[in-house]
Design a protein around this ligand. Sequence first.
Ligand SMILES: *Cc1c(COP(=O)(O)O)cnc(C)c1O
Length: 361
Amino acid sequence: MKTKTVLTKMNPYKPGKQIEEVKKEYNLERIVKLASNENPFGFSGEVRSKLPEAIDQLEYYPDGYAREIREELASFYDVDEKQLIFGNGSDEVVQILCRAFLEEGSNTVMATPTFPQYKHNALIEGAEVREVPLTQGGHHDIETMLQTVDEKTRILWLCSPNNPTGVLMDKKTIDRVIEVCPDDVLIVMDEAYYEYADESRRYPSVEAVQNHKNVVVLRTFSKAYGLAGLRIGYGIADEALISAMEPAREPFNTSVIAQKAAVLALQDQSFLHRTVEETKKNKQDFMEFCEEIGIGYDQSEANFVLVHLPISGDDMFEFLLTKGFIVRSGEALGLPNSIRLTIGSEEDMNEIKEYMREKLT
Ligand SMILES: *Cc1c(COP(=O)(O)O)cnc(C)c1O
């Protein structure tokens, strides 16, 4: 049997360590997972209490149009219902975009390092991937990215805040990308961590969608809303763009349960606010700690921080594992001598700080 040639050169996604795996391996009671930017405060109590009674009629396929969450979100953002597309996580919306826009002979432009799924899906579609290194401090190098765009470019990816650096793109920069980028190139703004970014600094991307037919914004219920386990994310774009993508979407790609939970989660904005406020506070404390012990970090507007270390990221990763903390080694992300860690609860952050201090001083 023969797969697509490109697959023979690709690896499956390597997930962060799983909690049970680490418990067994290191004989630990308690594990704190700060590796995948999940919500340490869980998810909305409204979802927990109301979802069980909302789950019924599982013998039927879900509503492929996802009407209830579609109506909720359309009114939440003040956009037309037809400007939304849902995915089994925003991961799947990335896949749909690649299926819909990329093919052999086309290319796509992105930063590196950034969220790996853009490249992964683009390669499967046979497109050429053009990666432009981030500048010092973890910013998108937009001038080089714009110069890299040519007549065969179909998608330009912006990740803001960027994963794995947490750096938010400023308004002037994004305005310039939208202005200079040819109208027939799709600009994808992946805003998985949008809710965490400072309100005064985040880009008015939904407004941009209303004014530009080639912009799509990706958001998700996985991060600040705490529903990563249910898999639901979405894209917002011009109606014609969404219609163009729809044939590449599986008809029943989001489950009954995920759709319902997303509605309940969206209605509980107080949980979101608590999550964001706690995260900001703990992140601030953590950055002060980094300064105190003299290690660098990228300025993060997300719920994680990329920390620059005087030792290898793998070393720090292994050391923290023995203490029951799972983080992401920068080596695995293409950033040696760093780790990316999700901002956890105050208690857990205080504990990890002490272990880091122990290892580094
Ligand atoms: C986590 C993440 C996503 C994917 O989120 P899902 O909605 O869970 O698929 C997308 N983009 C970035 C940058 C992320 O970090």
